[in-house]
Design a protein around this ligand. Sequence first.
Ligand code: ADP
Length: 207
Amino acid sequence: MSQYVVGLTGGIGSGKSTVAELFVEQGAGLVDADAIARELTVADGVAMPMLTAEFGRKILSPNGALDRAAMRQLAFADPSIKNRLECILHPIIRKISTERCRAATEPYVILAVPLLVESGTYRDRCDRIVVVDCPESLQIERVMARNGMSAEEVKAIMATQATRQQRLLVADDVVVNDADKTKISEQVKMLHSNYLALMAEKLKASC
Ligand code: ADP
């Protein structure tokens, strides 16, 4: 069981997944809240009966999985829909992510949560918080390239997330991802050594 949990967050397109993979290459465990959300919403995912009962079949793609774009449109149009969606998904994601952090065998676990700052309950579960940060213009550029969205669509998503400043305020560590990937890999290596040392200290203190 991993005794040490590092919460990893950042705005959309900041580079969370990229940085998380670099930690895994170093030997960290990874529990990814977004990946769990996707598992829950495939065609036979455990959340699908509840979501269909709540929102109807209009949220389904032809293969029966959650149509994420359709759901996003509905949630944008009506904030109460976003709330109802989160009330269904978040408790299940929290439960599964806790179980996976406990079951991990690596020295520490990266718990990647896009909305960690927005959700107090995740902060309480982390020994340390690392924020991936970059200028907003880069976030927009990267998500446009990755998802084929317009700048307006990306900005609309960013407006629903914590601000850059709010994230930096809760950060114990920051990975600055404003240049090429070599720069982040150096930062991750240094943080990895630090997390191993902190994990060892925590273990000693609990003996
Ligand atoms: P997030 O998980 O925060 O949404 P990703 O890690 O998926 O962000 O990164 C968004 C996109 O930008 C991806 O296509 C990724 O390959 C690219 N990317 C991330 N960091 C860099 C970088 N330093 N240089 C070039 N491309 C990057």
